[in-house]
Ligand binder design. Structure first.
Ligand SMILES: [Zn+2]
Ligand SMILES: [Zn+2]
Ligand SMILES: [Zn+2]
Length: 271
């Protein structure tokens, strides 16, 4: 079924001029032998450009997106399995879904448990997300810095949130109150920014975002994203319940963080 075909490695390019596609790619820094596994011509001066890995595609995406000689789109509908670690167990799962919702559409969620003690959770939460943009390697949830992992994720520095280096070599200071660079929260004069709704003036504990129901934490996949409580401006509430599940993900209790795949993918990459 075409619905289940993953197109994580490909982008669709529409060229605006008559230039050769490889000349255009060359100008954007794409090295065919190094980065590409295919360039397929389609009707209407369009091309399917398939990269060797999803990670390479992600790295080139911002460049393609701002290029003048083409319009790029990527294939939607490929669901990523997003693993979130270290979220306080008491935190309503709606909040995690709501925050993840900034990066794509959350399709379903589950909470992992110990194999030995199936009713005891290890706190690892997983979400199927139709990503629209990349999620940073860490997010603040429930007052704690939580790690976010998915296959093909570009790793960002856990200290400052920028990409291209790791926390152990990072000299940047990131304020965890206003989330700006250059000072720490001790020296911060700015107003606080809420890690749940992203608005200024209150912290996550005082956040007024409220949800239609408390999200049930279950080791089974539970359909749906965070449904906001209806407000006067939005009487129907946010339609966040969605889409049939796509792709087969084992519902077993073993944890597949896809760490290995990501590591292999990144170590092969010399961009
Ligand atoms: Zn850094
Ligand atoms: Zn600050
Ligand atoms: Zn808030």
């Amino acid at each position: 079924m075409t619905d289940n075909l993953r197109r994580d490695f490909s982008v669709l390019l529409s060229l605006t001029g008559k230039e050769d596609v490889f000349d255009v790619l060359d100008e954007l820094g794409v090295l065919p032998a190094e980065h590409l596994s295919g360039v397929q011509r389609l009707p209407g001066n369009r091309y399917d450009v398939t990269f060797k890995t999803a990670d390479i595609r992600r790295r080139f995406w911002p460049i393609f997106n701002s290029a003048k000689k083409l319009t790029a789109s990527w294939y939607a509908g490929s669901t990523s399995l997003v693993t979130v670690l270290h979220v306080p167990l008491e935190l309503d799962d709606n909040i995690v879904k709501f925050v993840l919702g900034r990066y794509g559409q959350v399709v379903s969620s589950r909470l992992l448990c110990y194999e030995k003690f199936p009713c005891v959770s290890n706190g690892i939460r997983q979400y199927k997300v139709n990503l629209k943009k990349d999620i940073p390697s860490s997010l603040f949830l429930g007052g704690r810095q939580c790690l976010v992992r998915y296959y093909g994720q570009p790793r960002t520095c856990l200290k400052c949130g920028l990409d291209g280096h790791e926390a152990k070599t990072c000299d940047n200071r990131r304020c965890f109150k206003c989330f700006n660079l250059g000072h720490t929260s001790k020296d911060c004069k700015a107003t606080v920014v809420c890690t749940t709704c992203n608005k200024e003036g209150h912290n996550f504990r005082e956040c007024t975002v409220s949800f239609a129901n408390k999200a049930r934490l279950s080791s089974e996949w539970t359909e749906g994203g965070a449904a906001l409580r209806p407000t006067r401006e939005d009487p129907e509430g946010q339609d966040a319940n969605v889409a049939e599940e796509k792709g087969e993900v084992s519902a077993g209790m073993s944890v597949d963080l896809s760490e290995e795949k990501v590591a292999t993918c990144e170590s092969q990459l010399e961009l």
